[in-house]
Ligand binder design. Structure first.
Ligand SMILES: [Zn+2]
Ligand SMILES: [Zn+2]
Length: 219
């Protein structure tokens, strides 16, 4: 995202709708709006092959601890995670503020990658907690594609993707395959599989469709 800063500044200078003065209220609004956008980025990452090829790295861990939080793809800038933050820049927030808000959101998420700690029953009604996020990493059918929240769990509740534990312990990992532990294998295998499937398509339209298909059927 840092390499794209000149582009973001150009967008901001050219298209920003408002000049937003930084106050407590405008920063809180930016934080909530970015978290809303994060929810959709995360949900889209589970719904199309293009974004999943990056996001699957995070889900390839069969354990749930702080190292899972650090297990991330190198390809997020290329797949276009930043596209989801453009509404903030167009609205009038400066790129450096947006970058700071994104960093804060991701820093919060580090702490939801654990099976330890309290259950946060009351806070967990509004905020994402380790209990909620553990279920997001589970491959048990009833937990798959649920709890996409970054900081606020309210988005899952509002858009029908919230799940609570039914008592069954989460089994971590992805449903379609197991990835080896080597860094290069985890980061590049999803792309190798995607590219080989794209090459088999008979037309450009079919290839583009494949990029936006739901993940899980590529061999
Ligand atoms: Zn995910
Ligand atoms: Zn996670």
């Amino acid at each position: 995202m840092l390499a794209l800063m000149p582009f973001f500044y150009w967008l901001h200078a050219t298209f920003a709708i408002f000049t937003i003065e930084l106050t407590v209220l405008t920063v809180i609004f930016a934080f909530i709006f970015q978290d809303f956008l994060y929810y959709w980025f995360h949900r889209a990452s589970h719904q199309c092959n293009w974004l999943w090829a990056a996001h699957v790295v995070h889900h390839s861990s069969t354990n749930m601890n702080f190292s899972t939080a650090m297990r991330q793809s190198l390809f997020y800038p290329i797949v276009g995670m930043w596209v989801f933050w453009l509404p903030l820049i167009i609205l009038g927030y400066t790129p450096q503020l947006v970058l700071a808000i994104v960093a804060l959101n991701l820093a919060f998420q580090f702490f939801v990658h654990t099976e330890l700690g309290p259950e946060f029953r009351v806070l967990g009604k509004v905020f994402n907690t380790p209990v909620h996020h553990c279920l997001h990493h589970a491959k048990n059918p009833q937990y798959v594609d649920k709890n996409y929240a970054g900081v606020l769990i309210i988005w899952d509740k509002a858009f029908g993707t919230f799940v609570k534990s039914n008592g069954e312990s989460p089994s971590y990992g992805v449903t379609d395959r197991e990835y080896a532990v080597s860094f290069f294998d985890v980061v590049f295998t999803p792309w190798r599989i995607l590219v080989s499937n794209l090459q088999k398509q008979k037309s450009a339209t079919a290839a583009i469709k494949l990029l936006f298909n739901k993940p899980g059927n590529l061999k």
